[in-house]
Design a protein around this ligand. Sequence first.
Ligand SMILES: Cc1cc2nc3c(=O)[nH]c(=O)nc-3n(C[C@H](O)[C@H](O)[C@H](O)COP(=O)(O)O)c2cc1C
Length: 160
Amino acid sequence: MAAAVAGLDGVTFHDLYEAYPDMHISVSKEQELLRRHDTIVFQHPMFWYSSPAILKEWQDLVLEWGFAYGEGGDALRGKKLLSAISTGGPAEAYQRGGSNHFTIRELLVPFEQTARLCGMEYLDPFAIQGVSRLTETDLASEVARYRARIQSLRDDEKNA
Ligand SMILES: Cc1cc2nc3c(=O)[nH]c(=O)nc-3n(C[C@H](O)[C@H](O)[C@H](O)COP(=O)(O)O)c2cc1C
């Protein structure tokens, strides 16, 4: 997924684990990056029905009162947020009666509500599922689907 979008024109790819291998996140740098972009994508594997720890740390530090919410906290207002995830579990597991009981959208509710609190529009999540069982051909077409989604978001912004 990273390789599919990292080189796209008009898209900034920012790998948190690469930037902050010790988890010491620069709040000012991250806030500046956020200010410069209209659409933010949280791209990550699903870990325990949520994100890897560094993205939680990022939220805890970067989404400050007075920046992302609260008095004067309107830096993200009007921007869009997309969750783009991969899951080990197959799509059929993520539904009522499936082994994971809840849909992806339901499991990602904390991200959705975070976006709302910050005045952002939360987009319908993108997911590539059942990753360990995908053939190389399946994977290539799923990744192409992801690239197309990101390109269309970028083009919507350009034409907005
Ligand atoms: C610590 C950990 C927790 C995981 N939790 C989940 C989970 O809750 N649901 C799920 O479907 N897959 C889970 N997986 C599988 C990953 O989502 C899957 O391996 C990942 O999406 C594949 O992406 P990657 O090739 O970048 O690792 C977990 C994997 C790890 C290592």
